[in-house]
Ligand binder design. Structure first.
Ligand code: FDA
Length: 326
C-alpha cells in the first residue's frame, strides 16, 4: 500500500529531522507540556460539547521510582478536573505505574490513583498496550472491581482474536459495570494472535460493537474510520440507543456520573474534529483523548515506529486539511 511505504520511509528519516519540526507537527496531537496547557484545551473542547480524557504521556518505565512521577501527576490532574469542574476522565498506561516491573507495586500505584478518582466519580480508563500486558491489564480491572473500586475500565483492541472472549468475560464478571473503550489497536501484532488486514480489523471491530452492546456494556467507540462510525450508528439505532434516548437495554449498565446513554464516541485530539463536532451536534456524547507531558517527542516517535501508517495519516491531514479538521 502506498501509504504504508510512505509511512515507513518517513519514519526512517524522522530521527534526522530537527526536533522543532516534529514539535510543530505534534502540536496538533499533544495538548502541551503541562497540565495547564491541557486544561486550556479541555475547556475549549467543552465549548464544542465534547468531554475529555486526560493522558499523562509516558509508558514502560525502567525503574519503579519513575512511577512516583505518574502517581503524583495524575493526582494533580484529578485535582485540576475537580477544581475546574470538567466532565473528564483520566486514561492511564499500566506500564507507567510499574505493572511490568513488579505486579504488586504496579497494582498498588494504580489503585492509589483509582481510589482518589473514585471519591469524586472520575472514571479511570486503563489504556491497552501491546499483547505482553493484555491479560495483566484486564486483571487490574477485575482486581479493582473485586475491591469495590468500580470506576475503572480498560480498552479492548478489535484487531486481537482474543477480544471477543474478553468482552464476554468482562460483561459476565463485572455485573452491570462493564465499561470499555473499543478501538482497532495501534500496535501491529503478529498474525498468530491478531487480524492484520484493514478489512478484517474493521469487520472484527463491528462485530465487537454489536457483541458489547448486546451484553450490556457501556461502550466507548474509539475510531475516526467512517466505515466503523456508520456501522456503529446503525447498531445503536437498532437497539434504540442514541441522542436523547434512555438506554432501555434489558441489561443496561449501571448509571455513572458524566457518561452517555450506554455509549459514547471517542476521538484523538487533533483528528477528524469535523466528524466529532457533527456527532456532537446530533446529540451524541463525544470524548476527546487529550495527551500532555514533557515526553511528547518520545511518545510521537514511538507511536510512529509502532505503526508507520500514522505518518501517512498525519501527512494527509497536513496536505488535505479540509478532509481532517482539528
Ligand atoms: P484509521 O487508522 O483507518 O483512520 C481513519 C482515518 O482517520 C484516517 O484515514 C485518517 O484520515 C484519520 N486518522 C486516524 N489517525 C490519525 C492520525 N494520528 N492523524 C491524522 N489523521 C488520522 N489504541 C491502542 O492500542 N490502545 C489504546 O488504549 C488506544 N486508545 C485510543 C483512544 C482513542 C480515543 C482513540 C480514538 C484511539 C485509541 N487507540 C488506542 C488507537 C486506535 O487503536 C487506532 O490505532 C486509531 O484510532 C486509528 O484507527 P481508526 O479506527 O481511527 O482508523
Amino acid at each position: 500500500m502506498a501509504g504504508g511505504l510512505f509511512g515507513r520511509t518517513l519514519v526512517s528519516i524522522l530521527p534526522w529531522m530537527p526536533k522543532f519540526i516534529v514539535g510543530w507537527v505534534a502540536r496538533r496531537y499533544v495538548a502541551g507540556k503541562d497540565i495547564n496547557s491541557a486544561i486550556k484545551i479541555m475547556k475549549n473542547l467543552e465549548k464544542q460539547s465534547a468531554c475529555t480524557t486526560v493522558d499523562v504521556l509516558g509508558e514502560e518505565i525502567k525503574t519503579l521510582k519513575e512511577a512516583d512521577f505518574f502517581v503524583d501527576e495524575y493526582k494533580a490532574v484529578i485535582a485540576a478536573i475537580n477544581k475546574e469542574d470538567l466532565n473528564a476522565n483520566i486514561s492511564i498506561k499500566p506500564t507507567a505505574f510499574g505493572l511490568l516491573l513488579d505486579r504488586d507495586k504496579g497494582l498498588k500505584n494504580i489503585s492509589e490513583v483509582c481510589e482518589l478518582a473514585s471519591k469524586t466519580g472520575i472514571f479511570v480508563r486503563l489504556d491497552m498496550e501491546d499483547h505482553r500486558v493484555t491479560q495483566d491489564t484486564i486483571d487490574v480491572v477485575l482486581d479493582m472491581h473485586s475491591r469495590n473500586i468500580k470506576n475503572v475500565g480498560c480498552v479492548l483492541q478489535s484487531r486481537l482474536f482474543r477480544t471477543k472472549e474478553d468482552i464476554k468475560e468482562l460483561c459476565e464478571k463485572l455485573d452491570g459495570f462493564a465499561d470499555f473503550r473499543l478501538c482497532k489497536g495501534i500496535y501491529l501484532e503478529p498474525s498468530e494472535i491478531s487480524n492484520i488486514s484493514y478489512q478484517s480489523i474493521v469487520d472484527s471491530f463491528c462485530t465487537d460493537i454489536d457483541l458489547a452492546l448486546d451484553l450490556g456494556a457501556y461502550v466507548g467507540i474509539a475510531t475516526h474510520d467512517t466505515q466503523v462510525l456508520d456501522y456503529a450508528n446503525n447498531s445503536l439505532k437498532e437497539r434504540n440507543l442514541g441522542p436523547r434516548n434512555k438506554d432501555i437495554r434489558k441489561n443496561s449498565p449501571k448509571e455513572r456520573k458524566g457518561k452517555g446513554p450506554g455509549y459514547e464516541y471517542q476521538f484523538l485530539l487533533g483528528v477528524r474534529g469535523n466528524i466529532r463536532r457533527k456527532l456532537a451536534k446530533e446529540g451524541h456524547m463525544t470524548r476527546v483523548y487529550v495527551p500532555y507531558g514533557s515526553q511528547w517527542y518520545e511518545y510521537s516517535m514511538r507511536r510512529l515506529r509502532e505503526n508507520p501508517d500514522i505518518a501517512w495519516h498525519v501527512f494527509k491531514a497536513m496536505i488535505f486539511p479540509w478532509s481532517n479538521r482539528r
